[in-house]
Every structure is written in C-alpha cells, then in structure tokens.
Design a protein around this ligand. Structure first.
Ligand code: RB5
Length: 151
C-alpha cells in the first residue's frame, strides 16, 4: 500500500520542498499532499504549519514535513497544535532519534541550513524509523499531558 505524507513550506523553503517532493515520490514511492506555498512570493510560515498540522489532526496523514528558512519557525508554529510533535533537525541522528524516542510526527528543516542531499537523508531516516515505545512511551505521554494544563 502506498504511504501518504503531507508537506508544506513558506517561500524560503519552497525550492527545497519541490525537490524533496520529487525524492518522496520518485525515490521512496510515497504519495504527497502539498498544502503550499506554491511559489516564492513572500508568505507567513505559520499558515502552512497550520495546514500540515490540520491534516495530521484529522487523520488524513500520520506524518508531515515542514520546510522554511531554518526549520525553526515551522517547528514552533506546529508545536502550538494539539497532538503534534514537530522536530527541527539538521542532522540524521536527530531525525532518526526524534522518531524512535519522541514519536515525532512532523519533520522540519531549513532550506538555508541544509542542502538537498542532507534533506533527503533527514527524510529517509525519519520515514525509516519507528517509535520504540517502552520507557519512551511514558515520556511522550507526560509531554502530551502538558497540553491539558499549558494550552
Ligand atoms: C523567512 O524569511 C524566514 O524567517 C522563515 O522561513 C523561517 O526561517 C522562520 O523560522
């Protein structure tokens, strides 16, 4: 069965997003829902973080990718959403461990930080890794319980 992922970017991540979509479709065989932006006109990253998060919250896809200049604004905006665990990564070890230990459901990175090759490696590691559960399950549950008191 084909797997589907939601992806979004702002203008600063648009060019890399186009290439990453190609990698997802052509090299990894994933279907991709692209929620925008669709060109390099200046726009606001929280709008696209929100669109990707909505697709995860409503069950359209389990996982998402967000790309901006640094990956940081996208991760901050995404983590304002209930049920979202977004990680800004620029190294493969973090991209793997944020799935294995944090059960991250959105990978964020920055076009001004990583090139296409590293971006593909981040995506590959993120998608190939399963959550380990066990003691990490308890920690993720504690983290998500903070939504009840802090949001
Ligand atoms: C846009 O200039 C830039 O601020 C944005 O893409 C992102 O890097 C913010 O975190």
């Amino acid at each position: 069965m084909k797997k589907t992922i939601t992806i979004g970017s702002d203008h600063a991540g648009y060019a890399l997003k186009v290439k990453v979509i190609g990698h997802l479709k052509n090299d990894l065989g994933w279907d991709v829902i692209d929620v925008g932006t669709h060109d390099e006109s200046s726009c606001d990253y929280p709008d696209f973080a929100d669109a990707v998060c909505k697709n995860i919250q409503n069950g359209t896809t389990e996982l998402g990718i967000l790309i901006c200049g640094t990956g940081i604004g996208m991760s901050m905006a995404a983590n304002k959403h209930r049920g979202i665990r977004a990680a800004a990564c620029s190294d493969v070890f973090s991209a793997r461990l944020t799935r294995a230990h944090n059960n991250a459901n959105i990978l964020c990175f920055g076009e001004r930080v990583v090139g296409y090759g590293v971006a593909c490696d981040l995506v590959d590691a993120f998608l190939a890794t399963e959550f380990e559960g066990g003691k990490h399950q308890r920690r993720v549950e504690k983290m998500m319980a903070l939504e009840k008191t802090e949001f």
